[in-house]
Write a protein that binds this ligand. Structure first.
Ligand code: UTP
Length: 501
């Protein structure tokens, strides 16, 4: 491609400024810029921009008049289920896990800007006694969960028993290489590496507020991942759905990298969804207060969707049911279930119907003097799709089954790492403390006696959801800082720290 070809390509879309420094570039830089330009579908980009532009100009829509809570029959919760019901859901989920019908799908393509580290968030260690990273905890949880499911369902075919839970990991240009390298160095946390599949989401150019593509350097276009809803395009275009089908996967559990308490391939959630014949479902936690800035899941006209905090008036946010709970209380925590037929049809036929959202960001750019500048204020937009944007499709004619939500206890299942310790909420410290507190509760339930000051970390290889602790820990008195680990040399559980009896 020569300069004139590039002008011909860019001019119809008003993007010829991308060639502003062309004469200053050497041959390699020119080739680099051409590659970047060729990757962009300008017609689609302009269409996407025009669509979000008209929405940017509108004031925020409030959904108050159109909203209804998710109907009771599509809702389940720990709080309102009997122990027998929960057991039943868990067993359904564990059976599907033993048969390798459940895949775990990790969204790990984000840039983690608020945390502010220059490597993938999953590699971050929040400072647990063991020093384990988020990826490490997740990997070991999958190892133990499969062993547990196999023990409960020994009749599952041996080839299914012998392979680990399929783990699909969506990365992006920023996180792909270092994530794979980290997994390799960590020996895939003891999982079967054939059952771990990394795939990259796509990138979109960053734009100025008036729709011009931003140059990050004179020969490089500024790009960002297309949002966690980029999942659906990547699943199709990277042939991941085919891979799932080949392996006999029927259900997919999708989760975010940064929730330190995430229950991997959560058997209770998966079992609940199977029992409810869900095509698509979301795990939710109760809002802590009406003004908590979290999206809530509800019905808008005939379709389910997440309504953001800013889209509901204060009055509606404060509405309560007869038993005193907030009416709109289903806080979305980005933890989802899909059955494979729904996902398949959605990705192949309806992905393009998912709209982009606008994120206003500070985007580094080349200024008038040709220098790269990192702005202090927001200066441009990134276009993103969100993973939950598919909920409305669950009631489409083509979608067999229905939508469902499963409410869990926040302290047991949700503690995300978003910020550095300079902030108060969702930091390494809050994650660490939430995990220690959870493990203390598990031990107390198992009959151990804990000194109020004790902090305990239980390896996921010993117990992943609080299971199988009673025999090990009943009657033990614990104090100080402790770890409960599996010694791989003899496969025995070791307690490191103080036992006061
Ligand atoms: P967040 O929206 O919290 O973004 O992502 P982030 O990248 O982790 O952090 P900030 O906003 O830059 O500080 C929620 C989940 O969605 C994934 C993230 O990796 C995280 O698991 N995600 C986000 C993607 O997989 N791709 C994206 O393009 C964006």
């Amino acid at each position: 491609m020569n300069k004139q070809d590039l002008i011909n390509l860019l001019e119809p879309y008003g993007q010829e400024h991308l060639l502003k420094y062309w004469e200053e570039l050497n041959q390699t830089e020119k080739e680099h810029l051409i590659e970047d330009i060729k990757e962009i579908d300008f017609a689609q980009m302009v269409k996407n921009y025009n669509r979000v532009k008209s929405e940017m100009d509108q004031t925020v829509q409030e959904f108050d008049e159109l909203m209804q809570p998710v109907p009771q029959e599509l809702k389940g919760s720990y709080e309102k289920s009997t122990p027998e019901q929960i057991k039943e859901y868990e067993m359904l989920g564990l059976k599907a896990i033993a048969n390798n019908e459940v895949a775990s799908l990790l969204l790990a393509g984000g840039q983690g800007t608020r945390l502010g580290v220059n490597y993938p968030k999953g590699m971050y260690s929040v400072g647990l006694f063991s020093g384990k990273s988020l990826y490490h905890l997740q990997g070991e949880r999958l190892v133990k969960l499969k062993q547990y499911a196999n023990r409960l369902f020994p009749e599952a075919p041996s080839e299914k028993q012998n392979s680990s839970i399929p783990w699909y990991i969506m990365t992006s240009e920023h996180t792909q290489e270092s994530t794979i390298e980290y997994f390799r160095k960590s020996n895939f946390f003891g999982l079967d590496k054939e059952n771990i599949k990394f795939f990259e989401q796509f990138m979109l150019p960053c734009l100025t507020n008036d729709g011009k593509v931003i140059l990050d350097q004179k020969s490089k276009i500024s790009k960002a991942p297309d949002g966690n809803g980029g999942l659906y395009r990547a699943l199709d275009k990277r042939s991941i759905l085919n891979d799932m089908k080949k392996r006999g996967v029927k259900y997919v559990h999708v989760y975010c990298v940064d929730n330190i308490l995430v229950k991997m391939a959560d058997p209770a959630f998966v079992g609940f969804c199977i029992a409810k014949n869900a095509n698509c479902a979301a795990k939710v936690v109760k809002k802590v207060e009406p003004d908590e800035k979290v999206g809530v899941i509800c019905k808008v006209k005939d379709r389910f969707q997440v309504v953001e905090y800013s889209e509901i008036s204060e009055k509606t946010r404060n509405l309560r049911t007869d038993d005193g709970e907030l009416l709109y209380n289903a806080g979305n925590i980005c933890n989802h279930f899909f059955n494979i037929d729904f996902l398949s049809e959605l990705c192949s036929e309806h992905e393009s119907e998912l709209k982009h959202h606008v994120a206003h960001k500070k985007i580094a750019y080349v200024n008038e003097n040709g220098e790269r500048v990192t702005p202090k204020e927001t200066n441009g937009i990134k276009l993103e799709k969100f993973v939950f944007d598919v909920f409305p499709f669950s009631t489409s004619k083509w979608a067999k089954g229905n939508f469902a939500i499963w409410e869990v206890y926040r302290e047991e299942e949700f503690s995300p790492l978003k910020n550095s310790d300079d902030c108060k909420k969702e930091t390494p410290t809050t994650c660490r403390n939430d995990l220690y507190a959870q493990h203390a509760r598990w031990l107390q339930k198992a009959g151990a006696v804990l000194d109020p000051e004790a902090q305990v970390e239980i390896s996921p290889l010993v117990s992943t959801n609080g299971e199988e602790l009673t025999e090990l820990m009943k009657g033990k008195a614990l104090k100080g800082n402790l770890t409960i680990e599996l010694d791989k040399s003899d496969n025995k559980v070791k307690i490191n720290g103080s036992l006061s009896l």
